[in-house]
Ligand binder design. Structure first.
Ligand SMILES: NC(=O)C1=CN([C@@H]2O[C@H](COP(=O)(O)OP(=O)(O)OC[C@H]3O[C@@H](n4cnc5c(N)ncnc54)[C@H](O)[C@@H]3O)[C@@H](O)[C@H]2O)[C@H](O)CC1
Ligand code: K
Length: 241
């Protein structure tokens, strides 16, 4: 399906408006729907019934893309997968992220920190897929550590264990796509949230299945930002593009 995109700058403005005084969504509401979308995309692409081992590694970054990953992990657990979260840089400034971690504890989902070993979760066939929730539309290259090393590890295994990227393949320039001279992720799935960003035009045809998710804008709001509303079927939270 052909799709319109919006720039990194416009995506941030769209977000602010959704959470502004007129519309009044909270970040928590949007993140819940975003994380649920990603979990549903995983379920559609890697249906639980065909796997004996149901481990999924979710790598969560320090911002809201990471928050989407924490929510996604909780839904994956509820769907019956066995998520493990690697969350190396936790923000103590926003209490909400700690609440998301406590909810993961509640569902028995392990959350690894910077001192924990995580690379043994990068093996096939034990791990169904890896959810890349490291950086989204606020990423500005070049990447600082420890995330450069983490992405290099993911690149090493990405032909054996599929990567599901949340909103932006981590490390890509949001408007320009893969950055020359750096290890570049080639995800098997991309879940664009609200509307694809320009880097989605750089996905390799035949390699990446592209979904849109984050079903939270009205038709008139979409048109105001220059895109058509997406025809999500029935109760689905994602649409394959
Ligand atoms: N409307 C929607 O579509 C919604 C999308 N959501 C998700 O939120 C992210 C954007 O979140 P934001 O917190 O603005 O940014 P990021 O998570 O992308 O990153 C911020 C985080 O990253 C650090 N950082 C930036 N550049 C670098 C770098 N070069 N090296 C190391 N670290 C870097 C920065 O310091 C911050 O800590 C969007 O993509 C969606 O996934 C929301 O869930 C709600 C609705
Ligand atoms: K990402």
């Amino acid at each position: 399906m052909a799709f319109k995109t919006i720039s990194a700058q416009l995506a941030a403005k769209l977000d602010q408006e959704l959470m502004g005084p007129e519309i009044g969504f909270t970040l928590q509401q949007l993140m819940e729907l975003a994380g649920l979308s990603v979990a549903q995309a995983v379920q559609k692409q890697y249906p639980i019934s065909i796997y004996q081992k149901r481990q999924i590694l979710v790598v969560a970054g320090p911002g809201n893309n990471g928050g989407d990953g924490l929510v996604c992990a909780r839904h994956l657990a509820l769907f019956g997968y066995q998520p493990v979260v690697y969350y190396p840089k936790r923000s103590s400034k926003i209490e909400f992220y700690s609440q998301l971690v406590r909810q993961l504890d509640f569902f028995g989902v392990p959350v690894l920190g910077s001192d924990d070993k995580w690379t043994h979760y990068l093996t096939s066939p034990e791990t169904v897929c890896i959810v890349d929730a490291i950086f989204g539309f606020s990423f500005k290259p070049p990447m600082r550590e420890p995330f450069g090393s983490i992405v290099s590890e993911l690149v090493k295994v990405q032909n054996a264990v599929p990567i599901v990227s949340v909103d932006i393949p981590t490390g890509w320039d949001v408007d320009g796509g893969p950055v020359a001279g750096t290890d570049s992720l080639a995800p098997s799935v991309l879940v664009s949230l609200t509307v694809p960003k320009p880097c989605a035009n750089k996905l390799q045809a035949g390699r990446t299945t592209h979904f849109v998710g984050g079903r939270f804008v009205s038709a008139s709001f979409a048109k105001k930002f220059g895109f058509e509303p997406f025809p999500y079927p029935f109760t689905d939270q994602v649409l394959k593009l």
